[in-house]
Design a protein around this ligand. Structure first.
Ligand code: SF4
Ligand SMILES: [Zn+2]
Length: 339
């Protein structure tokens, strides 16, 4: 895959500048199961409509289709305020709040500094933990302390590290930052007293199933000391991405759930003090991580229990006939490239 194809795909999927009425509506909101320590809680999830990730314009990551959820221009402070007001009307004091932007919450082009403070202050004293996402270069003295002052509670900042292998990250995921930059930003977060969360990608394109398990397990081991939580995110096929281009031509299969089970079991032995979780998107569906269809819901339930309770024993005795197929396929995929 050449860089020019990736660039074209990234540009194609961004919408034209949006009208005022779409800028007043957030992309989505829902609640989901989460945990604070050993306590299961409900999390309030909000996706704001902003200009989205600048990297998607420059090159774009091979599996990321979030540009379609953006405004095509920066939202004004007034527009972000209207999105916030609509979201707060649906907020019922869930203890965990997650604010996503399909990019970096800390990038001034997506959310201006005053709006950032207003957004987190709206949940201050009501949520116990508030999560945002960002690329590493935006974790600075200018962005973090103001949010700490505005939010009375625990701040958590997530970064899409994806892989601790620089070659996998640069060549297969197409990220613009190196693992060292993600690690340094995690160190800065902890120095500020902020929780650091890292996403690790299971099965970037061009790796076999087997190579991808080894890559994500190695990434857990190499990242565990830098992050408070590591989340293994198996690839699902998003529209307008390089991964979809390969999928449509029969050259990419989303990861098996067995691979995720294997990665979680191995990762659990390497995680140190970090929480290790996985909450797959589109689990059990053709475009998401899946097994044979008969065992998927059972395996997904075991993965959720392991993630929420940090108890991994339930992953040891899962069984289905399709595990044999997976055991063969994981080393025989047609387009494996050594990382
Ligand atoms: S995965 Fe993250 S860095 Fe990559 S294009 Fe998507 S939002 Fe941007
Ligand atoms: Zn099965």
């Amino acid at each position: 895959m050449t860089g020019s194809v990736a660039r074209t795909v990234a540009n194609d999927r961004r919408p034209p500048p949006g009208p005022a009425e779409s800028a007043r509506r957030y992309v989505n909101q829902w609640t989901e199961a989460e945990a604070l320590g050993t306590e299961r809680v409900s999390a309030f999830v909000l996706i704001l409509r902003t200009r989205g990730c600048y990297w998607a314009d420059v090159k774009g990551c091979s599996m990321c289709g979030y540009a379609k959820d953006t405004l095509g221009r920066s939202a004004t402070p007034e527009e972000l305020g209207l999105q916030l007001d609509a979201a707060v009307a649906r907020y019922h004091d869930e203890p965990y709040v997650k604010i996503y932007t399909s990019g970096s919450f800390l990038d001034d082009r997506e959310v201006d500094p005053a709006s950032r403070e207003r957004l987190v202050r709206a949940f201050s004293g009501r949520a116990r933990r508030l999560l945002i996402e960002t690329l590493p270069e935006f974790v600075t003295e200018a962005t973090i302390p103001p949010l700490q002052r505005a939010f009375e509670g625990e701040l958590e900042v997530a970064q899409g590290l994806e892989s601790s292998n620089p070659d996998v990250l640069a060549r297969f995921v197409n990220k613009g930052s190196t693992p060292a930059e993600y690690f340094a930003a995690a160190d800065r977060l902890r120095a500020f007293g902020v929780r650091a969360k890292g996403y690790l990608l299971l099965k970037p394109p061009y790796l076999t199933e087997d190579e991808s398990i080894r890559d994500v397990v190695a990434s857990v081991g190499e990242s565990a000391g830098r992050f408070d939580t590591l989340s293994i995110n198996p690839v699902h096929i998003q529209g307008g991405t390089v991964v979809e281009w390969l999928f449509r031509r029969g050259r990419y299969r989303p990861p098996w759930l067995w691979s995720l089970v294997d990665a979680m079991r191995q990762g659990a032995t390497l995680r140190g003090n970090a929480r290790l979780v996985t909450f797959p998107t589109a689990g059990g569906l053709p475009r998401g991580p899946h097994n044979c269809g008969r065992c998927d819901s059972r395996v997904l339930a075991a993965l959720e229990t392991a993630s929420l309770d940090q108890s991994f024993a339930g992953l040891d005795d899962l069984a289905c006939a399709c595990r044999e197929t997976w055991a063969t396929d994981r080393i025989l995929e047609p387009i494996g490239i050594e990382a």
